[in-house]
Design a protein around this ligand. Structure first.
Ligand code: HEM
Length: 558
């Protein structure tokens, strides 16, 4: 059993390497292709003879070596020589690659080309998800979209201070006020920050402080990854083994039970408080979180019971925590690789906070002049309490356009160059007449859009963190020029929360630390392209901004 409550051990880091994030599922699975080789009974090239097979380099058995040497150069050469659609043998799979905005849009936009069928072909995903939830098990089940839409987006302003608080607690605990502090695994801090923030949004502030809840939020993804690897026997029968094992011995069941027991207590307490308030004719405001929203809407969503509801919640946790953690880790590595941007990003946060203070002052003065309040003291405890003027509110976070652009540029730069595998449910004709035949797997040539100057602006090979400022290209937009979250009807519904959290994490880090450095600079490039983001090859060095807070002035430097 892997614990995450202490400093991560080497064995844990090994597990982090094999963990499969569901949201970025196939990108990571493709990345881990060698481990999953042969784990699929489906997939393969399109059988359309007009789609060329890129010849394999002499001496190689597959395209992997050429791809690994320089994926962008390789994919560009394939596209230039063989056209926008071509077949490759990479990641121990036979894949049809689709290039350019027109065909990639068709790949993501056609319901007969299925992302989840492809995930299922590699991992027996459908059997797995049916083993943790009792209802809504149709492969095209829209339930997760509805839950996210109902519970997250309308409440972002309420979640913001809670996300900030949880993340700040983790930063203060693990990094604290420091000078040249060497952190061997910054991903550990990112994991704790993300899990705590997500736990608050999913289950409320009280449960988000409980270690067993945080552990489940972190560990469920690793258990899923482990399960895939443990049951992988590199044989055609392995997929069947997976299907059997998921049903019989699913380690994720224990997380469902942990979350269920904790949730039942808190939900009962809330119910009791509501009943009591009703008895005394008082108003009771239910805490806002996903668990509460799922409970209140249980019959609308068709959940069978609390265990079923928690199974659904766990699947969402699987989609959220690891994916967002990887993005937060990457952000830290990119700060370390491009330290010259830390000051401009810090100044942007300060300007947004100054603006908020000025706006609040104006509102307070207006209320005083109108006689709505008689003194400043009356603002205490309200949104206009001067104590909140420098809080990272939702409004402030939305103003951080440079940070948002920085995040989007890390997505653009880092995403795997072959991404978004889709399995054809039936023959699908692309607009150039080529067909992705039934049972074939097609993937997007990401280089053709993420490194395309018409779509991204100049010098796409360069990391230019502010390239999207003023261009209305928010990091949370899912479109053909930003495939991180997929696109079309199935585009990640959690991307608004994910980007909000990543921007908050960035704002907190640059506000607290003026110097962030990659210790072993020779490993910088490797860190920038590490899409699992969990085992940084080099430690990161942090130095705090400003003087040590008064409360800490007698404490030793961490
Ligand atoms: C940086 C973090 C994240 C990344 C990179 C990411 C990426 C993705 C991708 C690539 C897909 C597949 C899209 C497609 O089929 O075209 C997806 C689906 C999904 N994501 Fe995310 N995701 C992230 C965070 C989240 C969060 C925070 C949540 C929930 C709050 C979430 C919930 C989901 C769900 C429910 C789906 C399935 C949608 C469907 O099949 O229709 N994701 N995500």
């Amino acid at each position: 059993m892997v614990g995450f409550s202490t400093t991560p051990s080497n064995s844990l880091l090994d597990i982090l390497k094999v963990a499969i994030p569901v949201g970025v599922g196939l990108a990571s699975i493709a990345y881990l292709g060698t481990k999953l080789a042969g784990n699929s009974e489906k997939g393969g090239f399109s059988k359309d003879k007009s789609i060329p097979f890129v010849p394999i380099r002499e001496g190689d058995a597959t395209h992997d070596a050429e791809f690994d040497e320089d994926p962008d150069e390789f994919l560009r050469r394939c596209e230039q020589t063989y056209g926008p659609v071509f077949n490759l043998r990479v990641f121990n799979q036979n894949l049809t690659c689709v290039s350019g905005p027109v065909y990639i849009r068709e790949l993501f936009g056609n319901e007969d080309l299925s992302f989840t069928d492809s995930l299922d072909a590699l991992t027996a995903w459908y059997t797995f998800s049916a083993s943790v939830r009792k209802s809504n098990n149709n492969p095209d089940n829209p339930n997760p979209h509805h839950v996210v839409k109902d519970a997250i987006s309308p409440n972002m302003a309420l979640y913001t201070p809670r996300i900030v608080q949880r993340m700040e607690d983790v930063i203060d605990l693990h990094l604290g006020h420091c000078e040249n502090k060497v952190i061997d695994n910054a991903a550990f801090v990112a994991t704790e920050m993300t899990a705590a923030a997500m736990a608050d949004v999913y289950m409320g502030s009280a449960l988000a402080k409980e270690r067993k809840i945080i552990n489940s939020f972190i560990q469920c993804t690793y258990d899923f990854g482990m399960m895939l690897n443990l049951h992988h026997h590199r044989s055609l029968w392995s997929i069947l083994t997976n299907r059997l094992n998921y049903g019989v011995v699913n380690p994720l069941q224990k997380h469902v039970q942990i979350l269920k027991e904790a949730a039942e207590i808190v939900l009962q307490e809330r119910s009791d408080l509501e009943a009591e308030a009703l008895r005394f004719g008082k108003e009771y405001k239910k805490p806002v979180d996903i668990m509460q929203s799922m409970t209140d809407n249980a019959s609308k969503y068709g959940y069978h019971d609390m265990e079923d509801l928690m199974g659904h919640l766990l699947i969402l946790v699987l989609a959220s925590v690891h994916t967002t953690t990887v993005a937060v880790s990457s952000l830290i590595y990119y700060f370390g690789a491009f330290p010259e941007y830390i000051e401009p990003l810090f100044e942007e946060v300060q300007e947004a906070l100054d603006q908020q203070t000025a706006d609040n002052d104006e509102l307070r003065q207006a209320k005083l002049s109108a006689g709505e309040v008689s003194s400043l003291a009356e603002f205490e405890g309200t949104d206009l309490d001067p104590k909140n003027d420098r809080a990272l509110t939702e409004k402030v976070v939305r103003k951080l356009v440079k940070m948002n652009s920085f995040v989007r540029e890390t997505f653009r730069y880092q995403v795997k160059r072959l991404f978004g595998a889709h399995l054809a449910r039936k023959d699908v004709a692309l607009s150039n007449g080529m067909r992705i035949t039934r049972g074939a797997t097609a993937m997007a040539n990401v280089t053709s859009v993420h490194f395309n100057e018409e779509l991204q602006g100049e010098e796409t090979a360069e990391f230019r963190p502010f390239r999207f400022v003023g261009k209305s290209k928010n990091a949370n937009k899912a479109s053909v020029d930003m495939l991180q979250f997929g696109m079309g009807r199935h585009a990640c519904p959690g991307r608004f929360l994910a980007v909000h959290e990543i921007v908050i994490a960035g704002a907190l880090i640059v506000s607290k630390y003026s110097k962030i450095e990659i210790q072993n600079k020779a490993l910088t490039k490797m860190m920038l392209l590490d899409t699992l983001g969990m085992t940084p090859p080099s430690p990161i060095i942090f130095t705090s901004r400003g003087v040590k807070p008064v409360a800490l002035e007698n404490a030793p430097l961490l």
